[in-house]
Design a protein around this ligand. Sequence first.
Ligand code: SAM
Length: 516
Amino acid sequence: MRILWRPFGFSRRLLKVENCRITESESLIPLTWTSLIQRLSRAPRIFLLGQRKRFSTMPETETNQRDSELFSPPSDVRGMTKLDRTAFKKTVTIPVLKARKEIVSKLMRSLKRAALQRPGIKRVIEDPEDEESRLIMLDPYKMFTDDSFEKAELSILRQLNVNPQISNYNLELTYENFKSEEILRAVLPEGQDVTSGFSRVGHIAHLNLRDHQLPFKHLIGQVMIDKNPGITSAVNKINIIDNTYRNFQMEVLSGEENMTTKVRENNYTYEFDFSKVYWNPRLSTEHSRITELLKPGDVLFDVFAGVGPFAIPVAKKNCTVFANDLNPESHKWLLHNCKLNKVDQKVKVFNLDGKDFLQGPVREELMQQLGPLSKERKHSVHIVMNLPAKAIEFLSAFKSLLDGQPCSHELLPTVHCYSFSKDANPAKDVQRRAGAVLGISLEACSSVHLVRNVAPNKEMLCITFQIPAAILYKNQTLNLGFLDLLQRIMKNHLLNARGQMNPFQKKKHKLLQSLN
Ligand SMILES: C[S@@+](CC[C@H](N)C(=O)[O-])C[C@H]1O[C@@H](n2cnc3c(N)ncnc32)[C@H](O)[C@@H]1O
């Protein structure tokens, strides 16, 4: 057989190299370093990469270009819409190093850089020619000749009496050996964006395919299932979430139709039907951020609770939780998850519209929590409103929600209200909109947390503030108006020459503080 040196990745049709064969008589054991090299260079069927310069017939640039295609699936899979795994078979030439089997594991520790790293490909294989030896697969992008070994690697080879001579091995690649991105890049139209990313929700891969990917949707779904252990169903979002219950309209692309799944988030378990409720794995940090803010004994009202990712961790901290969701399916799974996580005694669950929840159970509980006996209380009250598209509108339910004497400032409930913003200054925008609903300015008395970037120029934010007593309690706005007027009059007329407060101003200042 006439052998021309061809670079890796060179077409199978042009390069005909047999699997590395070293005959018994040319066994590597126990030859010395120099004699090994001499003997190997005489071996007729071993394709010696050291001869590269002598036999090369191709310019280097072409070599590199072909090398980059080495681990690409065969070109004829382009345009495939129904997955045919057998069409992904391909033979590639891989550099190998022969070593005695008893030193292989020791050797591998020193060849981490040089060894081949591919999913599903064994780095050490039996030597078909010599059962006392093994072949170590090397990275074809790094290893060309024995010169490709680094000094430290060569020294180990020398110590272990291993010949650094690299040979070739014809390796058959199959569908199993390609990564999902390589498969999709080979199948989808050239130059088009290939997204192999998805959100994982239990056993479900949740994709968000673009228009040009739709003709390949079933294939893409199947590849996601094949390449991601534990994923048995792939779904595609078919609209933006704009329905009341914030669940996705979805199409099952491949795999199981069953959408009832189980997920772990921050060490809690949640079960639900993903086709009927809202679940977003990207909110786990936000769920734990809010949970961290509450202390044992605190009270949480979760107005748009979903299946419980705020309510359950907070209840586990020994807090009292009132959790509500309008979606009967969310309500059902919320009850289920409270039991599953053993907090059903700590969570009162409701199935109401957010406004009715605030004006009913929340009002009733706040009247008790913040009533005359509240002076002895040390616990905080938090209200979480995670319905970013609409929650700000629900803030109006706090206006004059309570009657009676206002509680002290530190007992006033803290609201965490979520919103989207496309504004150039999203924090200011949210403060302005929330303030407008309440009829006050929130700029100086609220903080805004950036939760996540939802889309280009669209942020999800959380505004946190204590509801002023003047808003929460009936008949307080009148007082506030009166005091405001008083304040302006005093500012203009009553400041003494040195700009200090007179006793009347001091009294007014105290009064204002107690109302806020
Ligand atoms: C964005 S999800 C948030 C769920 C959960 N808090 C979380 O962080 O994953 C909003 C939830 O509000 C519920 N919802 C929508 N409109 C509602 C309303 N008017 N009153 C109460 N709940 C509502 C939806 O069913 C959904 O479960």
